[in-house]
Design a protein around this ligand. Structure first.
Ligand SMILES: NC(=O)c1ccc[n+]([C@@H]2O[C@H](COP(=O)([O-])OP(=O)(O)OC[C@H]3O[C@@H](n4cnc5c(N)ncnc54)[C@H](O)[C@@H]3O)[C@@H](O)[C@H]2O)c1
Length: 285
């Protein structure tokens, strides 16, 4: 049987590059998916023959769909691992003081740039959608079980006032992971996410690193620790793994404030399942 096959998005730089390099060293065939062909090609050729660069804008569904198909075929009709990691910070400030430049020809305010939501959250959701399709079709080539890891952020557990859309996207990744993880594990696909603290990468705005206190840096090796935790356990799913300094922490969701909310959260599931069994009767607005 062939080697297991991995896709890492945003693998031209930073966390994605470190994870792709690690997977390669663990015997994976690795697809480096990135918007940037210079860093992406460079990373793939540095790794070797079992790495391939595929240019992809994860915010475009056709691009991602093509990425997954090409990766699956290149891997010998097999896909085992996906790290949906590409991410960007907010491209427009919600708090901009002066908006008059932003009116359209009808005098209406143009929408806020929410590209960070598309790259950081929507692409993760579509990524899992595509991943499970190809994992299910990997059995004949020796696969059929899958591990999906998304990159959220510490901002997905707390918040970042400087990046509100980014914060929303990263909270979304945590919620999506917690909701989908316990379901997909039943068919052998685990779904987890990483919530890194501050890791010095190209994501940092210019000048920040020079003024950032060294004691609040998380090394890339902690991201690898978290990836190894995901790789090494077929039952670990729905987890938000926080990375801080040398450590990883499995974060719980917020407490229920009372018994009623606990009942809704944990015991009402069979009622929802029953109600959703009748899709024809559903009112879709
Ligand atoms: N560095 C940190 O401190 C930190 C903390 C928390 C979360 N994160 C998250 O980690 C992930 C990786 O970030 P990083 O710190 O390694 O940053 P990075 O800028 O070094 O790497 C991000 C990579 O993603 C690529 N990319 C950007 N938009 C893309 C798109 N639309 N399609 C495909 N590729 C795209 C970039 O070209 C780049 O190679 C991101 O999701 C980021 O939000 C980083």
């Amino acid at each position: 049987m062939g080697k297991p096959v991995a896709i890492v998005t945003g693998a031209g730089s930073g966390i994605g590059l470190a994870v792709a390099t690690h997977l390669y060293s663990q015997g994976y065939k690795v697809v480096i998916a990135d918007l940037n062909p210079t860093t992406g090609e460079g990373a793939a050729s540095k790794l070797g023959a079992d790495a391939k660069f595929i240019k992809c804008d994860v915010a475009s569904y056709p691009d991602q769909a093509r990425l997954f198909k090409q990766a699956y075929e290149w891997g010998g009709n097999r896909l085992d691992f996906c790290h949906a990691n590409a991410g960007i910070d907010d491209r427009q400030m919600l708090y901009e003081p002066e908006e008059k430049e932003q009116l359209d020809e009808n005098g209406l305010l143009k929408p806020l740039n929410t590209k960070s939501m598309q790259v950081n959250l929507e692409a993760v959701i579509q990524g899992l959608w595509l991943f499970k399709y190809y994992v299910r079709r990997s059995k004949e080539a020796g696969g059929g079980k899958g591990k999906f890891v998304a990159t959220s952020s510490g901002a997905g557990l707390y918040y970042m006032t400087t990046n509100p859309q980014y914060t929303a996207s990263k909270y979304g990744v945590v919620g999506f992971t917690r909701a989908a993880g316990p379901v997909f594990v039943k068919e052998g696909i685990t779904v987890n996410c990483l919530c890194p603290g501050f890791i010095p990468t190209n994501l940092c705005p210019p000048g920040l690193l020079e003024i950032w206190p060294k004691e609040h840096i998380t090394p890339l090796s902690t991201a690898i620790k978290a990836i190894d935790a995901c790789l090494g356990d077929d039952t670990m799913t729905g987890q938000a793994v926080e990375l801080s300094q040398e450590n990883i922490y499995f974060r719980k969701m917020v407490d229920y404030p009372n018994e009623s909310q606990r009942w809704i959260g944990e015991e009402s599931l069979s009622l929802w399942d029953k109600a959703y069994e009748k899709p024809a009767e559903r009112k879709l607005y």
